[in-house]
Design a protein around this ligand. Structure first.
Ligand code: IMP
Ligand code: MG
Length: 182
């Protein structure tokens, strides 16, 4: 779907993000300091958040990546999750911490949770920087949450709109000038 005319308005500032990242890191350290967890950022959207978060974690951990795609060029979830890159690490008996940029419909995480639980990790916890205020058909327990946001399409700090805006240092809302293009 074409991007159409739009602009971006700031929703969450760099300072608020930084403070929240520190808080989340503190909670993770409290719970996992002696457990050498495996940190799993879900690509691509969470790469900026994850990079900031791990630099606040002065504890033992390892990192591996998962890449999934569910969106294409549109702003609505297709409901179909495609595994683009799987983990390289054996997660059996490991404490796995999934890092997500945003929880929207929850379909991506529902799929991932089922998929990863088959490999029998010691535990599976979820960090989500943003949680959208939408009605979800699936129940996804977020252990460490950054911000609740309204049901708007957001970009920046790793999040994209048709692959654009990932490098914005803040989180912004996409304002569509022509609703048809949404
Ligand atoms: P879900 O499966 O509907 O929960 O969608 C999860 C994925 O969709 C996220 O990891 C994001 O990559 C993407 N996504 C959902 N909402 C937004 C948004 O507002 N902006 C950018 N990407 C989004
Ligand atoms: Mg994503």
């Amino acid at each position: 779907m074409a991007a159409g005319k739009h602009h971006v308005e700031k929703l969450i500032s760099v300072e608020r993000i930084q403070a929240k990242v520190k808080e989340i890191a503190k909670d993770i350290k409290r719970d996992f300091a002696d457990k050498k967890p495996l940190i799993v950022p879900i690509l691509k959207g969470s790469f900026v958040f994850a990079a900031d978060l791990v630099r606040e974690l002065d504890m033992d951990f390892t990192v591996d990546f998962l890449s999934v795609m569910s969106y294409g060029q549109s702003t609505k979830s297709s409901g179909i999750v495609q595994m683009v890159k799987d983990l390289e690490t054996d997660i059996k008996d490991r404490h796995v911490i999934i890092i997500e940029d945003i929880l929207d419909s929850g379909l991506t995480l529902e799929y991932l949770e089922e998929y990863l639980m088959l490999r029998k990790p010691a535990s599976l916890s979820l960090v989500a920087l943003l949680v959208k205020d939408v009605e979800r058909t699936v129940d996804i327990p977020v252990k460490y949450k950054g911000f609740d946001i309204p049901d708007k399409f957001v970009v920046g700090y790793g999040l994209d709109f048709a692959q654009k805006y990932r490098g914005l240092p803040y989180i912004g809302e996409v304002i569509f000038h022509d609703e048809v293009s949404k």
